[in-house]
Design a protein around this ligand. Structure first.
Ligand SMILES: NC(=O)c1ccc[n+]([C@@H]2O[C@H](COP(=O)([O-])OP(=O)(O)OC[C@H]3O[C@@H](n4cnc5c(N)ncnc54)[C@H](OP(=O)(O)O)[C@@H]3O)[C@@H](O)[C@H]2O)c1
Length: 280
């Protein structure tokens, strides 16, 4: 389990970017989300940006008969909605599409030109009135986090969602250790490098394949197990395929040995200097 605020959560959640966009895939996507929830996954990650509400509406349909308490819903607002009255409107719209009274976590999708003080004041108000349980940020690098820590209410941030996978380890240099010290969880997005569709050929890596064979697993499962190896990262792979979702759930049972982690380090070295934050 991974701790997020006061919650102990299953360390694999479900991302939903691009889901809900294609009518022909709708039933399969709804089934996939329901399958995940029925089989141990609690977290669903979405954003008002995803299909301009398509993803939130799809989730709303998938969860309409699911007990709300068993789920942990994350949504995100556009940086250009980070001040009133836009933020209030964005929150209400997300709640309406999801068919729920509250979000468990509401994230600023990336840095905004609205002063953060102002955004935090609104978010704190929503926490008080119960429409969100907690708030956080996404795509914030260490400098942004340190600045936020100095702002009134800034330390109430519950998580930072950033890109993290074996081939993109920049956050290990400074951001991840800093967040660890503050007990502030990282939510890893694109944890399997978008299914290796960006031409990085990670899937063909011999070392990962060999480790996968040892565990009777797939390379994607090894990549997921690697992101959650220290117990303080929540990983949110996206999948519309029940079989893949089951594999992603099973990845939580894979314990990588010290030797395997060293082999991965040799192939995908940890950063030795500050790297710009990877963003998709
Ligand atoms: N905060 C941000 O700025 C930000 C940015 C990007 C993403 N995100 C969030 O993070 C989530 C995940 O990131 P992502 O969607 O970019 O990429 P990802 O989760 O790394 O990869 C998704 C791709 O992997 C495939 N896949 C999933 N599980 C698999 C498995 N077990 N075996 C083989 N293929 C598998 C999926 O296809 P199938 O459907 O065929 O399984 C899909 O094509 C997003 O959906 C979104 O919720 C946030």
């Amino acid at each position: 389990m991974v701790q997020l605020g006061k919650e102990d959560l299953f360390p694999i959640g479900m991302g939903t970017w691009h889901m809900g966009d294609s009518p022909s895939k709708r039933n399969q996507e709804i089934e996939a989300l329901r399958y995940g929830l029925e089989n141990g996954i609690e977290v669903i990650d979405t954003a008002e940006m995803y299909g301009e509400g398509n993803s939130e509406a799809l989730i709303g349909e998938a969860i309409q008969d699911v007990k709300r308490e068993g789920m942990y819903l994350i949504s995100k607002f556009y940086p250009f909605h980070a001040q009133e009255p836009e933020l209030e409107r964005a929150l209400e719209h997300s709640l309406q599409l999801l068919g729920t009274d509250y979000l468990d976590l509401y994230l600023l999708h990336w840095k905004s030109s609205t002063p953060l003080e102002e955004t935090i004041q609104s978010l704190e108000r929503y926490v008080k009135d119960g429409r969100i349980r907690s708030w956080g940020v996404s795509n914030f690098d260490i400098k942004d986090m340190k600045e936020m820590w100095k702002i009134v209410g800034g330390k109430n941030c519950a998580a930072n969602q950033v890109l993290y996978n074996v081939a993109s380890r920049g956050i290990e240099y400074d951001l991840l250790p800093w967040q660890r010290k503050k007990s502030l969880p990282v939510i890893a997005y694109s944890p399997i490098a978008q299914g290796d569709t960006r031409g990085d050929n990670i899937i063909d890596n011999n070392v990962l394949q060999e480790i996968a064979n040892q565990h009777h697993a797939t390379v994607f499962q090894i990549m997921l197990a690697w992101t959650i190896r220290h117990g303080d990262v929540l990983s949110i792979p996206q999948s519309s395929d029940k079989k893949h979702i089951q594999e992603n759930i099973d990845a939580t049972s894979i314990q990588l040995s010290e030797e395997e982690m060293q082999l991965i380090d040799a192939e995908f070295p940890a950063p030795i200097r500050k790297m710009p934050l990877d963003i998709i």
